[in-house]
Design a binder for this molecule. Structure first.
Ligand SMILES: O=C(CO)COP(=O)(O)O
Length: 484
């Protein structure tokens, strides 16, 4: 398992209320959040939609903490919505007028403490040295530090965006052991995107977070890098959350303005929950095209009947090129077939059996599915190798992808369809029903492909596999913000 595989970490959404909502308004917020039918997690469970758990929390002002603490107990949100503070003193106790100690926050059951937010750095004498001491007291009190880093507009214009943010991280974590570091949450918040309504392009966020995780890997090792959750913050709203969370290695959001509205906050959590099941890492642009042939040549040469017909049909219904390519990919995958994948899974099963000393008798369907799931990166890597060696032709795709690519859908409809599709993917549990009279053959291929695909990041992975230095390809260095 690679350290940058997001599946290792529970995604999270944290609302930073900043200097808003007094304790009465905070109580009202909580009531609305829990009682307005926005309790998305439970609703999705009730409708049988399996979602990954999403950790959610809010950071109220100090004066609202007690209200939130008491209210969360009274409502049914206890254990579902956590909370924390927006800052803390680096000092323990004593004559420090106006300060709040970590012990006081821990006594209120705070789970998190935000450190180094750019507004603190800007309006208070908050420097890197203080932040690393705060980090210590927070960890020593059993709470989780969320450390904010991010470049200013000036830094970005000078082309030192992520390096600026990484420098902040270096000083914030320099006193930590690997064990401490694995408890830390990092929030990348480019200052120029906070409160402006303009987040960076999702690919830029993805690249920045990959750099941060690479740094953690280089400094603390792969085990730690696999555990640290890295969030993005800055102008997150319900309608941009989905496209960002689907990028590779993004573990969630730190939300400012939109978190003040319980409905919007719940929507963002919902988007993250949906996407956490199958995060689409790629756009149709990045679909592998053997020999860089045109799409048409590719179909003619690769697809056999009846898949060619299927592909053309889907293409007619989705005339934009992205969907067209996606449909080709889907059809190509079906042509390639599933046999090879099952052989891989069987090999994995044997490995696992050897390792655990257990012998699996035949294929327990659930075990097989889990094995495929947990080994999908390896499987995909070898699949890509086979594609490169031209031993198999084509690529693989999923229905979610088609929905995602269908520009004719409005965002709400798209989310509805995706949610439905996620429920279908959850039907993969029906893997267990092979042999129970279900015509599984008919639908399992695209769905299994869905499972497999969920963590592929073609751009970064291909670069890594081919030994290309991704740092040279940083979109903001070349002035390119989108994919090539
Ligand atoms: O600063 C932020 C969260 O800490 C982001 O704020 P906005 O979501 O309002 O841009």
């Amino acid at each position: 398992m690679k350290y940058n595989d997001s599946v290792l970490r529970t995604p999270m959404v944290i609302g930073n209320w900043k200097m808003n909502l007094d304790h009465r308004q905070a109580g009202q917020w909580l009531l609305e959040y829990s009682g307005s039918g926005q309790n998305w997690a439970r609703r999705m469970e009730e409708t049988g939609t399996v979602v990954n758990r999403v950790e959610t929390g809010v950071l109220p002002s100090f004066t609202s903490l007690l209200a939130i603490h008491d209210m969360a107990r009274k409502t049914d949100l206890n254990g579902e919505l956590f909370f924390g503070a927006q800052n803390v003193s680096e000092l323990d106790a004593g004559a420090y007028t106006g300060d709040i100690s970590a012990q006081m926050l821990a006594a209120l059951d705070c789970r998190y403490v935000l450190l180094g937010h750019s507004e603190q750095r800007r309006y208070h004498p908050e420097d890197d040295e203080k932040i690393d001491r705060k980090m210590r007291v927070v960890l020593d009190s059993g709470m989780t530090p969320i450390v904010c880093i991010g470049e200013t507009k000036l830094g970005r214009d000078d082309g030192i965006g992520i390096d600026y943010a990484l420098n902040q991280l270096v000083s914030a974590v320099r006193l930590l052991s690997p064990e401490d570091m694995s408890k830390v949450i990092v929030a990348y918040e480019p200052v120029w995107s906070i409160g402006t309504g303009t987040p960076p392009d999702p690919t830029v966020i993805e690249s920045a977070l990959a750099d941060i995780r690479d740094f953690i890997n280089a400094t603390f090792g792969a085990d730690v890098a696999a555990k640290v959750r890295i969030l993005y913050g800055g102008s997150i709203k319900p309608d941009n959350a989905a496209s960002i969370i689907r990028r590779y290695g993004i573990d969630g959001f730190l939300v400012g303005g939109a978190s003040l509205d319980p409905t919007k906050f719940a929507k963002i959590c919902h988007r993250v929950a949906e996407s956490s099941v199958v995060r689409l890492r790629r756009t149709a642009h990045t679909i592998y095209r053997p020999g860089k042939r045109t799409v048409e040549e590719f179909t003619d040469s690769t697809l056999q009947e009846p898949y060619q017909i299927v592909a053309s049909k889907v293409a007619q219904n989705h005339p934009d090129t992205m969907a067209w390519r996606a449909s080709l990919a889907l059809a190509a995958y079906r042509t390639v077939g599933f046999q090879w994948l099952e052989e891989q899974a069987a090999a994995e099963l044997e490995d696992a059996a050897d390792a655990s000393g257990t012998t699996y008798l035949g294929f327990e369907a659930d075990v097989l599915r889990d094995m495929i799931w947990s080994n999908r990166l390896r499987i995909i890597e070898s699949m890509m190798k086979l594609i490169d060696e031209r031993r198999i032709r084509g690529v693989f795709s999923i229905r979610q992808w088609l929905i995602e690519c269908d520009d004719s859908l409005d965002p709400d409809r798209r989310h509805e369809l995706l949610a439905e599709e996620f429920a279908n993917v959850a039907c993969m549990r029906a893997y267990g029903e092979i042999g129970h009279g279900v015509d599984f053959e008919g639908f399992r291929r695209p769905f299994v492909a869905g499972y497999l695909l969920s963590d592929v990041d073609t751009q970064n992975r291909m670069w890594r596999m081919r030994g290309i230095d991704r740092k040279l390809h940083r979109p903001w260095k070349s002035g390119r913000l989108g994919l090539q």
